[in-house]
Design a protein around this ligand. Sequence first.
Ligand SMILES: Cc1ncc(C[n+]2csc(CCOP(=O)(O)OP(=O)(O)O)c2C)c(N)n1
Ligand code: SF4
Ligand SMILES: [Mg+2]
Length: 286
Amino acid sequence: MSQITKSRFNHQEVAVPTSKKPNLVLKKEYVRHFPSKLCPGCGHGIVLNAFVRALDELIQAGLLLKKDVVAVSGIGCSGWITSPHLKADTFHATHGRTLAFATGMKVTNPNLKIFVFTGDGDGAAIGLNHLLQAARRNIDLNVILVNNRIYGMTSGQMAPTTPHEAKTVVTPLGNPEYPFDIAQLVAAAGATYVARWTVAHPLQVKRAIIEAYKNKGFSFVEVLTTCPTYYGKYNPPRKSHEMIQELKAITSRNDPKKIKIGLIARSSREEFTELLKQHKKPRVSD
Ligand SMILES: Cc1ncc(C[n+]2csc(CCOP(=O)(O)OP(=O)(O)O)c2C)c(N)n1
Ligand code: SF4
Ligand SMILES: [Mg+2]
């Protein structure tokens, strides 16, 4: 079975085969480190699965070479999604600096196909400035922000994405603050492809990653996910499958009272490394 999509290179319709490979085959081809460091039931594993399937479909369609893939991730459990798991070139950046390192890599070698994995703490707190500046530049990076609404790795502190009244280790009476809508923020900063899904929608996450890759410019996919160990410890439901059901219940494509999922923004303008190439050329009058 295949779906018809547009190539990012020549804008012609090409067929992208939908992967029917069993998990074990994909694991052998793309996943290097098992058993995983992630807690049992952590939603980050679903994101890894969707990403690997997106990579495989792009590679099978001839739109991507594995040797060109670089996965950059930050500090946080979200950083483990690709480092150490992905069997490709990976770079584990310092906390909050994923976009700074990825920007440097892309400017130095625009042929690299860079996928950035950042957490809500890594990307929306300490690294927010880098994220917004990269979106403003419309640099051709594919960012997957994995939003479990908490700092997982450091035992469950509140993040700028923690819902109002949610309990965390530092807000035992409930969070007095209101969260960012990080996808809307990145869209407002100038990203040319922005989508939001959840780990209750793994096929849509995979498709969004493929769309993000095909967009020549800054692409951002927010994935709402689960941290049963810390978010679940303080906020019922506590079991991972119940948390996934909850993500389905609190999100909607068209109900304005729920968190919006689906395409958030799509536009078109000159990509940053292309702009840089033009700026290097001497002008006729020089
Ligand atoms: C400069 C710096 N400040 C703080 C930390 C501690 N730290 C490590 S991970 C983390 C938060 C991670 O949260 P998030 O990005 O949401 O990832 P998650 O673990 O939830 O997937 C923090 C504050 C650090 N490693 N470096
Ligand atoms: S602490 Fe939370 S985010 Fe980190 S691996 Fe465990 S369940 Fe996942
Ligand atoms: Mg987090």
